[in-house]
Every structure is written in structure tokens, then in C-alpha cells.
Design a binder for this molecule. Structure first.
Ligand code: PMP
Length: 302
């Protein structure tokens, strides 16, 4: 059967995503004690699925959780969620939560970890108009949770700083937010990494950020295009005075930024380096190196 609103897998069953449920006693809900990953399906095929599963497994291990499913099972579950959904463009999430412990124990070791997954329609940080003219970003004074508190390499639901930053950005006329690290340098935003372009070279923050798969893809594209690619400190001023700025996420890919704190970046137009990287990013969706699990071999579904 097909579930137009998306399909979830939970406790061995495929169900409409609207019916997937988590216990109010689950540590994932009560304490954000969970890790997850999101991968996208484009034109009926997964993009860099291996990299996403690898990052997910690393997160599960760092949180000292035990997955109740094997890696081949995860692949099968994700594949089936997509094929049952019928979506050729999907956003696919896998989640491992600490779960619940008997007798409401406070000891996380006593909990039974849970896995669930779902496929929903593909979504983007930037809408069509913003993709064309570039996003207007506000650098917020809310600082990102420091890496000494929560390991940013573990993809997690500790989003209150990101959400607070987003509201701060809206209040100040921005469309999305960039958060600073505790030294006042650029970290990341709600669901994306940031890049600055200067003299054709790419610079992206190194510390206190999720190692985004799109970020990695863009760094590889940069190398293939013969650019200098640097992970390092990116100050507010350096970002504002960039030739070009863009952000990266599974949800939208490479997205141009043309205004920061109300002021245009350079001439305020989407720049040529950003365009070249966006174009290669989407070209790589047809490249056998990165297209990893074809759900629909023919144009049989929507
Ligand atoms: N930073 C954060 C905090 C994120 O949640 C995400 C992904 N949603 C990213 C960066 C971008 O990572 P990716 O390119 O792997 O989607």
C-alpha cells in the first residue's frame, strides 16, 4: 500500500508516519537523549547513504547506546519506508533514543534503546524564492552549545539554542540565524553549516559544528574545482566581508546567502562560485560515486 503523508517503521511494522509514537517516558523525549540522522532521496535514489549511516553509528556509539537493529536491517527499513511512501524526493530520518528504563530508573544504562525511521516529502531550509535571490541571515547573540558540553559531532536534538537564535533572527528581520561559538566566531545555524568564499577559496568553521555531509560534499567539490578549501576560524567580520556566503544542509543542499544582518554580501547578488558549487552538487546526484541505493529504477512513481 502507499501512505501519501509518509511512512514510518516502528517495532517491526511499517505505518503511516502520523501513527508513529514515542512514549512520554522515553529519555529521548524527556531529556533529548537521542541521536538521529537524515538522508535524502533524490530522483528515486539515496544520496550518500553510507556516509549518513556511518555518522549515525558513530553517534550511537559515542552516546553508549546499543542499536536494536543491524546495519543491513537499517538499510532495508529506510529503503522500504521510501518505496512504500511512493516519494521520488524524500527526507529520510533514522533515530535511536535511549528508550525507557524499568521502574523509571535514573540510570541511563538501565534503559532499552529504541530505533525508528521514517520517510516524508523532501524539504529545504530555503524556499524557491530564497534559493533564487539568496537567504537573509541574522547573526544572533545566542551562542551555540559548546563542544565541551554536547559533542556537536553527534547529531542531536539539543536545539533550544538554535530555536532561540531563529526567533532572535525573525525579531530582527532575518529569515534564518547563524549562531556564534563561545569565542564569538561563526559556528552553525538551525540545521546547516556555513561557508565563506574569498578570492575563489572556501572557508568553513572547524570547531563546535556538526560535520555535515553536505559540508563534506562541498569541500570535495571545492577540491575537484581546484579551489583552496580551509576549515578554521571564521570571524563575524570575515563572514560579513566575504565575496560570497552560502549555507549547506541535507535539507536544501547548497543555499546562497545574500544579506547578513540586513547588509548585502558584496553586491547582494548570488555569486558565481556559489552557482558553480550548487550546479556540481546537483550534478553529483547522478554520479555513481554518491548515488547509493536506487529505490525506483524506472519512472514508475511520483
Ligand atoms: N548543523 C546542524 C546542527 C544540523 O542539524 C545539520 C543537519 N540537519 C547540519 C549542520 C548540516 O548537516 P548535513 O549536511 O549532514 O545535513
Amino acid at each position: 500500500h502507499s501512505y501519501p503523508a509518509g511512512v514510518a517503521w516502528q517495532d517491526g511494522q511499517y505505518i503511516p508516519v502520523s501513527q508513529a509514537k514515542i512514549s512520554v517516558l522515553d529519555y529521548g523525549f524527556l531529556h533529548s537523549d537521542a541521536t538521529y540522522d537524515t538522508v535524502h532521496v533524490w530522483d528515486g535514489a539515496f544520496f550518500r547513504l553510507d556516509a549518513h549511516i556511518e555518522r549515525f553509528l558513530a553517534g550511537v556509539e559515542r552516546l553508549r547506546m546499543t542499536l536494536p537493529v543491524s546495519v543491513p536491517e537499517i538499510r532495508e527499513i529506510l529503503h522500504n519506508c521510501v518505496s512504500l511512501s511512493g516519494y521520488r524526493r524524500a527526507y529520510v530520518e533514522m533515530v535511536c533514543t535511549r528508550g525507557t528504563a524499568r521502574d523509571f530508573s535514573r540510570d541511563p544504562r538501565a534503559a532499552t534503546n529504541r530505533f525508528l525511521a521514517f520517510a516524508v516529502p523532501y524539504g529545504s531550509v530555503a524556499d524557491d524564492a530564497q534559493m533564487k535571490r539568496g537567504l537573509h541571515v541574522t547573526i544572533t547573540n545566542t551562542t551555540r552549545i559548546p563542544p565541551s558540553s554536547v559533542d556537536p559531532r553527534v547529531k542531536n536534538y539539543h536545539w533550544l539554542d538554535l530555536i532561540g537564535g531563529l526567533f532572535d533572527a525573525y525579531d530582527r528581520g532575518g529569515e534564518t540565524a547563524l549562531l556564534l561559538d563561545s569565542d564569538g566566531n561563526i559556528a552553525e545555524g538551525p540545521g546547516f553549516n556555513a561557508f565563506s568564499v574569498r578570492d575563489g577559496a572556501l572557508i568553513t568553521p572547524e570547531h563546535g559544528v556538526l560535520r555535515g555531509i553536505t559540508r563534506r560534499t562541498v569541500m570535495e567539490i571545492g577540491h575537484e574545482q581546484g579551489r583552496t578549501v580551509r576549515e578554521g576560524t571564521l570571524t563575524r567580520d570575515a563572514l560579513r566581508s566575504s565575496d560570497e556566503v552560502f549555507i549547506t544542509s541535507t535539507a536544501g543542499g547548497v543555499m546562497p546567502v545574500t544579506r547578513i544582518d540586513g547588509a548585502p554580501v558584496n553586491d547582494g547578488a548570488v555569486g558565481p562560485v556559489t552557482r558553480a558549487i550548487m550546479s556540481t552538487y546537483w550534478a553529483w546526484h547522478k554520479d555513481k560515486r554518491f548515488v547509493e541505493d536506487v529505490v525506483y529504477p524506472s519512472q514508475e512513481t511520483k
